[in-house]
Design a protein around this ligand. Structure first.
Ligand code: UDP
Ligand code: MN
Length: 281
């Protein structure tokens, strides 16, 4: 279903899609991805996890990578996984690195058309911030030889972001082989913030805001069905008291599709599969 873009000829196979996960989420979160958008980008998508899992190694066609990072939600473990995500990309010959969380739906067609508009030989940091003003590091301790105060934007990891090959190549001396973890430890902030710090503050490459990336920090039900095909990513979350924040669209009954990913797949990739409800509710 993916056709090459006539503008610059970017192909799906030029994109490396990296999904951060944890063994405790394989069944809970990967199954719905494997049933849906993964089928559109099987060769391009890799799951960075924290343990061996034969069952999911099979289900992902061998695309489960054990980072050997700790399986906690702490900054250090998450930076460790991001570090491995970047290292895996650096070993591959792809034009774009795109990170997503394991509670993201990736609209593969829309991702390809977004990246077709940019030149991977230039430096691009594409994503969406979730804060209204740039982050200011609350202390003045100089982290590098230049002692500028660090004020920078970062793209929310939970909405996904993409980096051009040129940019990751410039990041390499600062982040490869676990150095990314050390940067994260220095500024003591999460992995997506650390990415922003490296790119905007250390490398002076600005974030290009693409508002089509969506995390569950946004009210996802605000999007109307007609705008969904143009979006790049979606997510979902459960609040306390089992209130869900998720995309609102017709399709499967809520019980059968609590994340709405199955219904999104039916809307966004209708030729890719036959298993869609005949009556949309
Ligand atoms: N994650 C992880 N280890 C953990 C908890 C989370 O690797 O112990 C990953 C998870 O798989 C996801 C991302 O970190 O890709 C964000 O986690 P989650 O959605 O649970 O939390 P959020 O930060 O969105 O509230
Ligand atoms: Mn999340």
């Amino acid at each position: 279903a993916i056709s090459p873009d006539p503008q610059n000829g970017l192909r799906l196979d030029d994109i490396h899609i990296s999904v951060k996960t944890s063994k405790k989420f394989h069944r809970q979160r990967l199954d719905v991805i494997l049933q849906t958008w993964f089928n559109q980008a099987k060769k391009q998508t890799f799951f960075i996890t924290d343990d061996e899992d034969e069952e999911y190694q099979m289900k992902t066609d061998g695309h489960l990578i054990n980072s050997n990072c700790s399986s906690s939600h702490h900054r250090k473990a998450l930076c460790c996984k991001m570090s491995v995500e970047l290292d895996v990309f650096l070993l591959r010959d792809k034009k774009w690195f795109c990170h997503f969380d394991d509670d993201n739906y990736v609209n593969v067609n829309s991702l390809l058309s977004l990246l077709s508009q940019y030149d991977e030989k230039l430096d691009w940091y594409l994503g969406k911030p979730s804060i209204k003003a740039p982050l200011e590091l609350p202390y003045s301790k100089p982290l590098t030889s230049n002692d500028r105060k660090a004020i920078f934007w970062f793209a929310t990891g939970g909405a996904g972001f993409c980096l051009s090959r040129s940019l990751v190549t410039k990041m390499e001396p600062l982040v490869s082989h676990g150095q990314f973890m050390s940067v994260g430890e220095k500024i003591r902030l999460p992995d997506d913030v650390t990415i922003g710090y490296v790119i905007e503050h250390l490398l002076h490459v600005p974030l290009t805001v693409v508002d089509k990336f969506h995390s569950h920090l946004e009210p996802l039900h605000m999007m109307t069905e007609d705008v969904l095909p143009a979006q790049i990513s979606f997510s979902y979350s459960t609040y306390r008291g089992n209130q869900m924040n998720r995309v609102a669209l017709s399709g499967w009954e809520e019980q059968a599709d609590p994340t709405r990913f199955l219904s999104l797949y039916c809307h966004l990739a209708p030729d890719g599969h036959k298993n869609c409800p005949t009556v949309m509710v």
